[in-house]
Design a protein around this ligand. Structure first.
Ligand SMILES: *Cc1c(COP(=O)(O)O)cnc(C)c1O
Length: 383
């Protein structure tokens, strides 16, 4: 039976459980002491979950700030009505300063060239450009080197067009907070912040924790945590799962568009990588493919859920479609599947479940990438 909210145009879609999202946001809020803030990371369209809609729910559940990866993502949030601070997690090209100021999106900042371009334009417009200073503490991705923070601040702080709203770093190994590498980054960050405070440089909001660090190392919450993956109910690593339960937010569903009974030996899909092994095999077509995030490397390896049990996906996954097989394993004849019946690609069906983690393991990647992929073309339905 079709859900009333299902997209009318396509028998494949993503379901977003708004209640689960709300509960996950509250779980992170509950980790915090009074006065500490929650920055909800909604980059990449909220990890594929739909940023404008998720931002509304997150804000109602207690988000204090949003973080995005690109200026366009920030503008989309502002255009959807977000009024709370928005932080961009890297430094954009200097050519974007007008839009940053126009939409009140705080850039991360770590070069003097950008800082001065940003400040000049702010002065011209009669406003102050707020920013967060990124500090490089060991990941070797972005930021001012931890040993150079004072020198850097001295080279830009004279400018009346800019104001430091926060300072932050990012951990490379937060999934293992007992490691030497993690404690080194933590120490470098603490020392850099202390050096700025001792020199009376405004630091604003001090923050460094992503999801795993927020859960595993509460001592580094400082003034704010930046949670991403956990908000969507996905665990960043094995260590967090037993101590911080979360509710998965995204499910992926499709409906069967065709059912056939090819003869034994016939091939299925491009290149015939699957051949029908016996009589009485039903091949069902699903209107979802690798352009929807169902990576082609999963071909002939993944399973889907149908009527509470697992079916094998067979043949190469196409760009927009794939096939699954219903094989008769017992003497009892299996009823024919019908066009329009529901299949679960990720999520729960009765007692059976297929997780993002299962799919990530099959693909040799992490749940982050799997969720982002499903968000790219499939319509999202908010339940
Ligand atoms: C993506 C990102 C986060 C969020 O990380 P999660 O592991 O998803 O919680 C936090 N901070 C920065 C700088 C990021 O790039």
């Amino acid at each position: 039976m079709a859900l009333s909210k299902e997209p009318a145009t396509r028998w494949a879609w993503v379901e977003i459980d708004q209640g689960a999202l709300r509960r996950n946001v509250r779980a992170f809020k509950n980790l915090l002491a009074p006065g500490q803030r929650l920055c909800c990371v909604v980059k990449a369209d909220a990890y594929g979950h739909g940023a404008p809609q998720c931002a509304k729910i997150m804000q109602a559940a207690g988000a204090d700030m949003f973080a995005v990866a690109t200026l366009d993502e920030g503008i989309q949030l502002r255009q959807s009505g977000v009024k709370i601070p928005i932080l961009m997690l890297s430094e954009p090209p200097a050519s974007s300063v007008d839009l940053l100021l126009q939409y009140d999106i705080m850039p991360s900042l770590y070069t003097a060239e950008f800082a001065l371009a940003y400040g000049e334009r702010a002065v011209e417009l009669g406003v102050v450009g707020r920013y967060h200073m990124a500090i490089e503490t060991g990941m070797n991705r972005i930021g001012v080197h931890y040993a150079d923070v004072l020198e850097f601040r001295r080279s830009i702080d004279f400018h009346r067009g800019i104001e430091c709203d926060g300072v932050f770093t990012h951990f490379a190994t937060a999934d293992d907070p007992d490691s030497w590498e993690y404690s080194l980054q933590r120490r470098r960050f603490r020392e850099a912040v202390q050096a700025m405070k001792d020199a009376d440089c405004e630091c604003g909001i001090v923050h460094c924790d992503n999801t795993p660090a927020s859960i595993l190392d509460p001592a580094t919450h400082f003034d704010m945590i930046r949670a991403g993956i956990g908000l969507y109910g996905l665990q960043p690593c094995e260590r967090t799962a037993p101590i911080f339960p979360l509710d998965p937010v995204m499910s992926v569903r499709a409906r069967i568009t065709r059912v056939t009974h090819p003869a034994m030996g016939e091939g299925v899909g491009y290149g015939f990588t699957f051949r029908v092994p016996r009589a009485n095999v039903q091949i069902c077509t699903l209107p979802i493919g690798y352009a929807d995030g169902l990576a082609r490397v999963l071909s002939n390896r993944m399973e889907v859920l149908y009527k509470g049990r697992r079916l094998r996906q067979v043949g190469n996954i196409c760009m927009d479609q794939c096939m699954v097989a219903i094989q008769q394993m017992t003497a009892q004849p299996v009823e024919d599947a019908e066009i329009g019946e529901l299949v679960t690609i990720v999520g729960r069906d009765g007692d059976a479940v297929i997780t993002m983690d299962e799919m990530a393991a099959l693909r040799g990647t992490i749940n982050y990438e799997v969720a982002c992929g499903f968000g790219m073309r499939l319509k999202k339905v908010y339940l």
